[in-house]
Ligand binder design. Structure first.
Ligand code: PHE
Length: 472
């Protein structure tokens, strides 16, 4: 039986406008995943072939779960723990919410560290520090490894990044998150547009387009498919209650379906713009496009000094990376703050400052683990990589799958559809048809995600996975 409790917070804040919400939600989605991860994953896994698989994952798995999270949030006007608790009555589904809060801790701990690197590289670029690295990837690699492996510097930058994050969340939903997104998202779009223009105008830049967009199905392997699926969750900020929390600040007038489509379009568009900007510049300068995760922090600093106005372009690039990381990081911290405000009745200031501080502390260990101090040596990976893998391979997909199961088994498809249709003006629809579509989508996405999790667990426990069986 569903027990509908009224939300005790009658003065709960709401987004100021539909545009504000779309920018905030796409700000959460657009982050390091789009500008840092997507371009090199696509570049190394078959270009457009990877992009096609990624888009299929976004539409089949991402869209239904995104809609589900937004609807759960708006229906209950509560953050994840309260929302799942409220909709499930006396049963134990609130653990899905707790899993989300735990994922937020895990992700922000390492995300804040990389956020700090983006700040450091923005300042390095601005001060002309890339000049000494021009055309020398080996030296640039050494500078980067030395920086992230050192004890003091990266922690200072991480703490600075976390203070920006805390500063925005303390200000609240409308004047903090929404205002921040309204400034930063258009800036990201405009600057990326300029960088694409610059990249395409460089001689040889168009070869980068081919690298990124020409489908090479022979480079696509089972491992790329698994990667595309995991990335679909990470890039849309799904499976940890971010979108439940953002949905809880929505009013009933909004059309959830079109808002979700906007978020997906913006997220995908920005990932492609970033890929285009990066690879046109990399190809024009004859740099190595397959440098993987090191592409951004190692290769790009060696080529910016070689293009006209390199100081400006380099600074702008790292500045958008910083803004993208910040709009995502705030959405992660908001999940934690909203939990303590909604469920424990804490003030926003107290919750944000205390837990922003705790996460910064865990982040310090994360950063130190890239140097000599590694507390997870026994697992053969650094604490930093451990948290990254734990969240993107297990916590987010599990969170997403149980959210889908929750809707199917507990909340019920008709109630979900009614919530989705609230802001829809066009009433010419056949309800049972849409209910079946939603049911099929959610069942498919939970099955795919379960397979994904089993595959990863087999890999971890028995060193056997689809990728390995297929010889990759
Ligand atoms: N979507 C963000 C990115 O692409 C990361 C993120 C994951 C943000 C989960 C919030 C929740 O970088």
């Amino acid at each position: 039986m569903r027990i509908q409790k009224e939300n005790p917070m009658t003065d709960r804040e709401q987004w100021g406008s539909r545009l504000g919400f779309i920018l905030a939600a796409s700000g959460s989605a657009v982050g390091l995943g789009n500008i840092w991860k997507y371009p090199h994953m696509a570049g190394q896994n078959g270009g457009a072939a990877f992009t096609v698989v990624y888009l299929i994952c976004i539409l089949i798995v991402g869209l239904p779960i995104l809609l589900g999270e937004l609807a759960i949030g708006r229906n209950t006007k509560l953050s994840p723990v309260g929302a799942f608790n409220n909709l499930s009555g006396l049963s134990n589904w609130k653990w899905v919410g707790f899993l989300g809060v735990a994922s937020a801790f895990v992700i922000l701990s390492f995300y804040g560290v990389v956020g700090g690197w983006t700040l450091k590289y923005t300042i390095l670029a601005l001060s002309g520090g890339f000049d000494a690295l021009s055309g020398q990837p080996d030296i640039s690699g050494e500078v980067f490894s030395e920086f992230i492996g050192s004890s003091f510097q990266p922690i200072m930058w991480q703490l600075l990044f976390m203070s920006f994050c805390i500063g925005i969340i303390v200000k609240g939903v409308k004047s903090g998150i929404e205002s921040g997104a309204k400034i930063m998202m258009p800036l990201i779009l405009v600057i990326l547009g300029l960088l694409v223009f610059k990249g395409l105008s460089l001689e040889g830049g168009k070869k980068g387009l081919e690298f990124l967009f020409k489908p090479k199905f022979s480079d696509l392997n089972p491992s790329s498919i698994v990667m595309a699926l995991g990335h679909a969750f990470f890039t849309l900020s799904l499976g940890m209650g971010t979108m439940v929390t953002y949905g809880s600040y929505l009013d009933k007038k909004q059309n959830l379906f079109s808002s979700a489509i906007w978020v997906i379009l913006l997220d995908t568009f920005i990932a492609m713009l970033a890929g285009t900007a990066i690879f046109t510049i990399v190809f024009a300068m004859g740099a190595d496009p397959s440098a993987g995760a090191g592409l951004i922090f190692v290769v790009l600093p060696t080529i910016f000094p070689q293009i006209g106005g390199g100081v400006i372009w380099g600074t702008l690039f790292f500045f958008i990376l910083f803004m993208a990381a910040l709009t995502s990081a705030i959405s992660i911290l908001e999940v934690i703050t909203a939990y303590f405000v909604d469920e424990k009745g804490w003030s926003r200031n107290k919750a944000t400052l205390l837990f922003g501080g705790v996460i910064s502390l865990v982040g310090i260990f994360c950063s130190l683990s890239l140097g000599d101090f590694n507390i997870t040596n026994f697992m053969q990976i650094s604490f930093f990589d451990f948290l990254d893998e734990l969240s993107s391979k297990y916590m987010l997909p599990i969170g997403g799958a149980v959210t889908a199961l929750f809707i199917l088994k507990k909340w019920s498809i008709p109630v979900f559809l009614d919530e989705l249709l609230i802001g829809v003006k066009e009433k010419r629809y056949e309800k049972s048809f849409y209910q079946n579509v939603l049911r099929i989508c959610l069942i498919t996405s939970s099955l795919i995600v379960c397979l994904f999790i089993i595959n990863e667990a087999f890999d971890l426990l028995f060193d056997q996975s689809l990728q390995k069986m297929a010889g990759f």
